[in-house]
Design a protein around this ligand. Structure first.
Ligand code: MEZ
Length: 557
């Protein structure tokens, strides 16, 4: 749907202030960035700081920890499995390394496990590559330009972005490995945007002091995922991929080590037992929990399953109280609601403007600060732009980019977004986009050590489902980096574990029985909920009332 006549009228205010704003940018005059104090103050508008949005976890290693209600709901639910009904002596698959999750972290882990002499199985909920990695747009950070940058500056940026709460060792690993990861991806065939002389193009991102954001147009994640997936498919004898087969529970053995998982085949509805010497959990994020009703950039399967599986097995959670809302999710047209509009648009110079066409925040504040400023502008100052669906939005002035960087830049640098909006009759080279913060990233997750091992022997965790690297707030471009850096490490560590530490044992789901007992002891009302959720349920509530199977198992039997 193109802009309505009312919105077109409001766009005139943006057009009126644009020439002065463009001139200022050309002179290098920026809207003042906030002081540390101002940043701290404005965070009270951030959804994480809404006390009523949180509740306490009542069971498990993080008893007493307050996190989003929607996350607690999946932790306070029964397993999809009745442990007594599963016959663990009937093993359907056996492998060295089981990788749960077919995104960037999982696929990197499988590749490195194989490189270290392992046979691997990737079990993935949807198709290989259907993951948040695929959806990431704007870039991957790495200090590859040694004349101006170094892992040292990258380290400081990551720590600053995370409010200096990050796990310093994980951050050191992230930034030191970054240039190696870029070289690896290029060697595998990833095509990043380059200058004519072959140098990699880089840009600024929010909270970065150097231009170290490498990108492939505005489809960087898709390009990285394409590369990793192609490479995985180049090893058909060593990597078996089980698609449409999410894990519903980890299996431990009598020695307390992780020994595989129970998978659920979405097509045949069979539960399958897979035995593995080591397991890598790389299930990604949880945007589809729609915390506080927020729309999301995440892929359809991002329902936080790994958090549930790891937590029931005894792995503590870290930084899960901090959730990232990307400042610029599309809020118009309705069909695109929640979709990511890359931060690179702001990196290229587009201002953030209220209904009057006035800039009210520097466009490259860290994400939590930027989102808070947008929420305040709409909800408190009442200067948001009303949308036809009853929401509020803020203008992201994309046409500025062509004025600043030359005609054709928007189409060349943002082909994905240009095509998307063009489909709805909006030309983003001429009209601004309407945005509002959208649920984007799970800053925290399962606790890991530097080599991705967890408290449970034989269980390794990598990517968005882990917590600690980004502290309380991740900067742009560090998630694509994180998945590849820690995915690779998890694959190596799993192989090393199999070579040197693995001991066979009898398979057990006793941890699930114990968790069920803990739920009962905590007097949690065990209604119809089961977890992991697997897929979000967008059915109409009236229809749902009559779907008897949903009483117990969501949309799945
Ligand atoms: O790292 C991200 O979240 C990212 C690259 C997003 C974006 O704005 O493009």
């Amino acid at each position: 749907m193109p802009y309505t006549p009312e919105l077109k009228e409001l766009i005139k205010r943006v057009e009126k202030t644009r020439p002065v704003r463009v001139e200022k940018k050309r002179r290098g005059e920026e809207f003042p960035a906030m002081s540390l104090k101002e940043r701290e103050d404005i965070l009270k508008y951030h959804p994480d700081f809404k006390e009523e949005g949180r509740t306490e976890i009542l069971v498990g290693p993080n008893k007493g920890y307050r996190i989003a209600r929607e996350m607690v709901a999946i932790l306070h639910a029964k397993s999809r499995l009745d442990p007594d009904a599963v016959d663990l002596s009937q093993v359907d698959y056996e492998t060295d390394v089981l990788v749960i999750g077919g995104g960037g972290a999982g696929t990197s882990a499988a590749l490195l496990a194989v490189q270290n002499g392992m046979k691997a199985v990737i079990a993935t909920k949807l198709r290989l590559g259907d993951a948040n990695t695929m959806m990431a747009e704007g870039g991957i950070q790495a200090a590859t330009k040694s004349e101006k940058d170094s892992p040292y500056y990258h380290y400081l940026d990551v720590m600053g972005g995370g409010h200096f709460k990050n796990d310093p060792e994980l951050v050191e690993t992230l930034v030191v490995e970054a240039p190696k990861v870029m070289a690896w991806l290029e060697k595998l065939g990833a095509m990043f945007s380059k200058f004519e002389d072959g140098r990699l193009k880089t840009m600024h991102g929010g909270g970065t002091c150097r231009k170290r954001m490498h990108y492939a147009g505005d489809i960087t994640g898709a390009e990285i995922m394409r590369t990793l997936r192609d490479e995985a498919k180049n090893h058909p004898d060593d990597i078996k991929v089980l698609e449409f087969s999410p894990a519903v529970e980890l299996i431990l053995n009598d020695k307390g080590a992780c020994a595989g998982a129970v998978l659920f085949n979405l097509e045949t509805e069979e539960y399958l037992v897979i035995k593995a010497k080591a397991t890598v959990l790389a299930t990604g994020g949880s945007g589809r929990l729609h915390i506080q009703g927020f729309m999301t950039t995440n892929h359809y399967g991002a329902t936080g399953d790994g958090l549930v599986l790891g937590y029931r097995a005894g792995v503590p959670l870290k930084f899960l109280h901090a959730v990232q809302y990307h400042p610029t999710g599309a809020v118009f047209p309705e069909q695109a609601e929640g979709l990511l509009i890359t931060e690179k648009v702001r990196g290229a110079g587009a201002n953030i403007l209220n209904i009057e066409g006035e800039q009210f925040v520097y466009e490259r504040e860290p994400r939590d600060v930027e989102s808070s400023a947008i929420i305040r502008e709409c909800l408190e100052r009442k200067k948001g732009v009303p949308t036809p669906t009853g929401k509020y939005g803020i203008w992201l002035d994309s046409p500025m980019i062509d004025f600043l960087k030359g005609e054709g830049t928007v189409r060349k640098e943002f082909p994905g977004k240009w095509i998307l909006f063009h489909r709805y009759g909006i030309d983003i080279t001429k009209e601004p986009m309407l945005i509002y913060p959208t649920l984007h990233y799970q800053n925290g997750g399962l606790e890991i050590k530097n080599n991705c091992e967890t408290k449970v022997p034989g269980l390794f965790v990598a990517g968005e489902v882990s917590g600690g690297v980004h502290g309380e707030n991740r900067l742009m471009g560090n998630s694509l980096l994180d998945v590849v850096v820690f995915g690779r490490i998890a694959g190596c560590s799993a192989a090393e574990y199999v070579h040197n530490k693995f001991k066979d044992g009898s398979l057990s789901l006793d941890h699930v029985r114990r968790y069920h007992r803990a739920l009962a002891d905590a007097h949690i009302v065990l209604d119809s909920r089961v977890s992991p959720m697997i897929l979000p349920d967008y059915s109409n509530p009236e229809v749902r009332k009559k779907q008897l199977t949903t009483k117990y198992l969501g949309t799945l039997r």
